[in-house]
Design a binder for this molecule. Structure first.
Ligand code: 5GP
Ligand code: ZN
Length: 114
């Protein structure tokens, strides 16, 4: 059984898609932690940031981060600013084991993060 983000990428379960790119997809988080909360994923299954073969890292991270920055601009966040987060593993707070970048914006973020 494919993971939940693979199923979203395949269109098997609905999501509020905001943008698509070559091998990447951006959709609204179902449980938003900020006025704007978008997840950007590679459409291929990658369990976490540590699981990509070295030869694919630059291409996959590049594509995901590029779409995240484009969506941020499309949603009017370029000037006020925003935060991109990649939770990884247990200590990182990762709950879905398919690589994703959180795009958070629309309010002032705190530092250090919780
Ligand atoms: P993580 O905790 O792994 O960094 O982030 C996973 C995110 O996926 C969470 O913010 C959670 O709200 C979101 N999420 C989990 N299941 C779904 C789903 O079925 N649809 C959408 N749109 N987001 C989901
Ligand atoms: Zn997956």
């Amino acid at each position: 059984m494919a993971c939940i983000f693979c199923r979203i990428a395949a269109g098997e379960i609905p999501a509020n898609v905001v943008a698509r790119g070559d091998g990447v997809l951006a959709f609204r988080d179902v449980n938003p932690q900020a006025p704007t909360h978008v997840l950007v994923i590679p459409t291929q299954h990658v369990p976490s940031s540590g699981h990509l073969p070295v030869s694919e890292r630059a291409a996959v991270f590049g594509a995901v981060m590029q779409l995240a920055v484009e969506v941020a601009a499309q949603l009017g966040l370029a000037e006020p600013g925003y935060r991109l987060v990649v939770n990884t593993g247990v200590d990182g707070g990762q709950s879905v084991d398919h690589l994703h970048v959180h795009l958070l914006g629309g309010r002032r973020m705190h530092w250090p993060p919780g």
